[in-house]
Design a protein around this ligand. Structure first.
Ligand code: PEP
Ligand code: MG
Length: 581
């Protein structure tokens, strides 16, 4: 019998493959007393699981791809070291012997004791180490719980074509998986614009989020069908469904191939208005995909991935070489490098003072706030970006700016870095442009003020929608409220575009909304003429632009900003999109 589950399709494409249930964050913990005679057996059981956990980690460490950020392995090393420490190799065993508690119980008690010690530390970085304790202990608990858990790891090299089923994936997990030719992702949590989802889209991997309790229904190795567009997952499909979805898969592949004819040629509306189409890059590997789409440069280069899965932030030289590679790979096309937007769901060990336990991470020490709080780390990045600007056209963009002071402070630090480089005789582009992301309602409302202090603005709709509608972008309980057509969102976008026009400052859009062809015509009508998106969306958006004649849009198109019913707004959007040109 087949089972059909519905989630939110967040990355298009059809996959047919076997399930790989990735991990259980909360292993079942049974607590019981062990018979006197079985104590040594229980100790052995725990020792075996601890050894196995260590062996798994060593295997993962060895299989880390050579081109992964250089410090990825040190993240794993920390966990290996913990597994060699007496706090895990001796104390829980002593507890079993003294108290006759079972292995899981002993481990749990020891975890609580260790976490309490970390909680009492003043240093926020050390406090974040309790997450490591949790990860390591959970790994052992899973092994105790399930002899087969050894096969369940992110980086085990056997994931080709598999459908990854997980409670949650961090962007860091996803990054570790990027080389493994995963078939699809299905995640119990998450939203359309969570960073993990964005990454899946940029990797061109079909993905569904928000199917709660999924792992209760799906068996490891079960054959699944995934439709990343409709958000449908089918388990135990009959032959007819398999045939139908194989057909969908091949139609989708053909559809993608049919877009190839848009690769070359200018991006213009029917009446000849030039539109700039750029790509977003999340990983250095994206450059190949980007050059294949004919993008006119990179409108958003996210640099967070350089900082993740490692224990210390990247040095200037490492960053310089990463940025240089990107700008040289883009053959003189401009590259907008965004300074690190760490915090919220992109936690990092490199952000040492980042207190990851904050109650509202999205409202906390994130992006430019963290940059300014960590001036040394920020300056290292600014110096590296400046130095890379000697090798091609680079622009600098500051994320999540909410006050003018933040912008001025960031610009002041940049000036200092330029001065230092001048002193050191190091080359950089003295005319380098700086811009601010408009992704907080406050800055959209005050876009005119920001426009007067920058060379360009870029609208980040993912955060702008999150903050305007007060919906956490990674919380699946509220993702039904995510609505780019909400009149408040559309008005803020329009306000920002108008501010740019008034002050003659270019405004682009680099949030996910820019890459959704359903919104292309509307955004053109609002006055947007520079779109930046994940490369997989570029050709479809280009087609939508080429099929639009702005003069033929319904005269009342902008009245959509007055529609307060989401259903009516969708209907009106269809009308705009179906207006025959
Ligand atoms: C955005 O918020 O729209 C954006 C492009 O930035 P990020 O998704 O990295 O937060
Ligand atoms: Mg953002």
């Amino acid at each position: 019998m087949s089972l059909e589950l519905q989630g939110m399709g967040v990355s298009r494409g059809v996959a047919i493959g076997r399930a790989h249930i990735l991990f259980r964050n909360q292993p079942d913990i049974r607590e019981y007393l062990v018979d006197e005679d079985n104590v040594e057996q229980e100790v052995n059981r725990l020792q075996r699981a601890t050894e196995q956990a260590k062996a798994q980690l060593k295997e993962i460490r060895e299989s880390i791809p050579a081109n992964a950020p250089t410090d990825v392995s040190s993240f794993i090393d920390t966990h290996i070291l913990m597994l060699q420490d007496s706090s895990l190799t001796k104390i829980p065993m002593t507890m079993i012997r003294n108290r006759r508690c079972n292995a899981e119980w002993a481990l749990q008690l020891q975890r609580d004791a260790l976490i309490n010690v970390f909680n009492e530390m003043d240093d926020p970085y050390l406090r974040t180490r309790r997450d490591d304790v949790d990860h390591v202990v959970n790994r052992i608990l899973r092994l105790l719980d399930d002899e087969n858990a050894g096969a369940q790891d992110v980086n085990d090299g056997r994931l080709k074509g598999r459908i990854i089923i997980a409670e949650d994936l961090t962007p860091a997990d996803t990054m570790l998986m990027q080389h493994q030719e995963i078939g699809a992702f299905v995640i119990e949590h998450g939203g359309a614009t969570s960073h993990t989802t964005i990454l899946a889209r940029s990797l061109g991997i079909p993905a569904i989020v928000g199917i709660g309790s999924l792992r209760r229904y799906i068996q490891d190795n079960e054959l699944l069908i995934i439709d990343g567009e409709t958000g449908t997952l089918i388990a135990g499909a009959d032959e007819a469904s398999l045939t139908e979805y194989r057909q969908h898969r091949s139609d989708f592949q053909q559809h993608i191939a049919s877009l190839n004819r848009y690769k070359s040629g200018p991006t213009q509306t029917r009446e000849g208005k030039d539109i700039i189409l750029q790509a977003n890059a999340d990983l250095p590997e994206d450059i190949t995909a980007i050059s294949n789409t004919g993008a006119q440069g990179i409108g958003l280069y996210r640099t967070e991935f350089l900082y993740m899965n490692r224990t210390s932030p990247p040095e200037e030289e490492e960053q310089l070489s990463a940025y240089r590679k990107v700008v040289e790979g883009m053959n003189n096309q401009p590259v907008t490098i965004r300074t690190f937007d760490l915090g919220a769901d992109k936690t990092v060990d490199g952000g040492r003072n980042l207190d990851q336990a904050t109650t509202n991470p999205a409202l906390g020490l994130r992006a430019i706030r963290l940059c300014l709080k960590q001036p040394a780390m920020f300056r290292t990045q600014l110096r590296a970006i400046l130095r890379a600007s000697a090798f091609g056209k680079i622009k600098i963009m500051f994320p999540m700016v909410s006050t003018m002071q933040e912008l001025l402070q960031a610009q002041h630090l940049l000036k200092q870095c330029k001065f230092e480089l001048d002193q050191e005789g190091l080359n950089y582009d003295h005319q380098i442009e700086t811009g601010a992301m408009i992704e907080i309602p406050a800055s959209a409302i005050c876009a005119e003020m920001f426009a007067q202090k920058v060379d360009f603005l870029s609208i980040g709709t993912n955060d702008l929608i999150q903050y305007t509608l007060a919906i956490d972008r990674i919380d699946d309980h509220v993702n039904y409220l995510y609505d780019p057509l909400h009149p408040a969102v559309l008005r803020l976008i329009k306000m920002t575009l108008d501010a740019g026009k008034k002050h003659n400052v270019p405004v682009s859009m680099c949030g996910e909304m820019a890459g959704d062809p359903r919104f292309t015509r509307l955004l053109l009508a609002l006055g947007l003429d520079n779109f930046s998106m994940h490369p997989n969306a570029l050709l479809e958006v280009k087609r939508a632009i080429k099929e639009t004649d702005l003069g033929l849009l319904p005269l009342n198109t902008l009245d959509i900003m007055d529609i307060n019913d989401p259903y009516d707004a969708e209907l009106f959007l269809d009308e705009i999109n179906n207006a025959v040109h």
